[in-house]
Design a protein around this ligand. Structure first.
Ligand code: G3P
Ligand code: MG
Length: 390
């Protein structure tokens, strides 16, 4: 094990446990930052009575902008530096669909914000509903494009384009128009606008949603309908039209795929945190026998005390490669029982779900999925978990 100087390890250590935070209803509510969030994150950055640094990531079902823009916003709100490899948005795992589809219709977000995100992910041909409405305004008879919308819409002949997949990246700003276009493509011959398949089963256009939140927390008193509600609506229309069940692939919480993705992100982030920590320390060569001399009463990196709060120690080879055990516990703090608590409870028993009262969950109701702990807000959740560990 690598040994490093006692004064440094006493000053700041890295926890073996970790945190993952939901964003809407935990860190923010619409444009407002939840006041306790700043202090909660400060504590995890080492400002706590144990001088321990706790790795953390964010897992939001939200999206509609790049991961980079999301980090910038979070960093500003929280007064910390959040980097891209700490953030998973609902549509982040959709990057993996790039090799599968050539022509995609991306739905949701402000103007063409989601087109840009999809292009950054590497999709070749990215179309948005505004392009379709510009191509033929009669597609949505009761909606006229504004000048601003016209300026971002592209000139495309959709009678000559075969849409391979529809990716709903973020909440729709225009349910009526988006539903009209999505259903037309799902009922079309090979994804071509203006055509109708003989039999709906001949249509192979993929339909993907970044998440399925029925409601979500904003700065309004009551929760607002989200992408899950749009899904219910589209499925009902499709069923009414065809008598068939709509086939949808879902991302986001509580889906297993997102969990696997989150575990990967968390492992990488913990590794980054740890190696950065080590670089900042004054290392002694592994195997030097005097390393115990300056340890005297410091048994923080010894293994005879197997408590959960034992900080991480490192295995070192000549190039400082790190052998990282999985986080002893991952505390997941969320506000929506159906997505967050279900997510944290379903996939791995080392995840510990904490439900807060600052978002969708209302204190007077029994949550549909039972959290391991309920806290007033994110700060109380962080304090609870740190105390539980030490
Ligand atoms: O559209 C955002 C949303 O439905 C929820 O976001 O951060 O609570 O997972 P979040
Ligand atoms: Mg939330």
């Amino acid at each position: 094990a690598v040994r490093y100087r006692k004064q440094t390890i006493d000053h700041e250590r890295i926890a073996s446990y970790a945190f993952a935070f939901d964003i809407d209803g935990v860190i923010v509510r619409g444009p407002e930052t939840i006041p306790e969030a700043r202090e909660a994150l400060r504590m995890l950055n080492g400002h706590n009575k144990y001088n321990i640094k706790v790795p953390y990531i964010f897992i939001t079902n939200g999206g509609g902008r790049s991961e980079k823009a999301r980090c910038k916003d979070l960093s500003k709100r929280l007064g910390i530096t959040v980097t891209e490899d700490q953030v998973i948005q609902g549509h982040t795992p959709m990057k993996d669909l790039v090799p599968a589809y050539k022509n995609v219709l991306v739905v949701g977000g402000v103007l063409d914000s989601c087109r840009k995100v999809a292009q950054d992910y590497g999709f070749d041909n990215v179309y948005i509903p505004l392009d379709v409405m510009k191509w033929n305004p009669s597609v949505t008879p009761y909606y006229q494009l504004s000048e601003e919308e016209k300026s971002v819409a592209r000139d495309v002949d959709f009678s000559k384009i075969s849409i391979d997949a529809i990716l709903v990246f973020a909440d729709s700003r225009n349910w009526a128009a988006d539903q009209q276009i999505i259903l037309e493509i799902l009922l079309s011959k090979n994804g071509v606008m203006g055509t109708v398949a003989q039999d709906p089963s001949e249509n192979h256009v993929g339909l993907y949603f970044a998440h399925s939140d029925f409601v979500w927390a904003t700065d309004y008193g009551l929760s607002r309908y989200g992408m899950g509600a749009l899904q219910v609506s589209i499925a009902a229309l499709y069923q009414e039209h065809t008598g068939r069940e709509l086939q949808v692939t879902r991302f986001g919480k509580p889906q297993r795929g997102t969990f696997r993705f989150a575990e990967k992100v968390l492992t990488n982030w913990r590794r980054n945190t740890l190696s950065e920590h080590v670089e900042n320390l004054s290392l002694e060569d592994a195997g030097l026998s005097d390393s115990d001399d300056d340890d005297d009463d410091d048994d923080d990196d010894d293994s005879n005390n197997a408590s959960e709060s034992e900080p991480l120690t490192l295995q070192k080879d000549s190039k400082l490669s790190l052998e990282l055990p999985p986080a002893s516990t991952v505390y997941f703090v969320g506000d929506t029982p159906e997505s967050d608590i279900r997510f944290a409870n379903s996939h791995d028993s080392s995840w510990f779900s904490i439900l807060v009262k600052t978002g969708v969950f209302q204190d007077n109701k029994i949550p549909k999925y039972t959290p391991k702990q309920i806290c007033d807000d994110v700060l109380e959740a962080v304090k609870f978990a740190i105390e539980r560990e030490h």
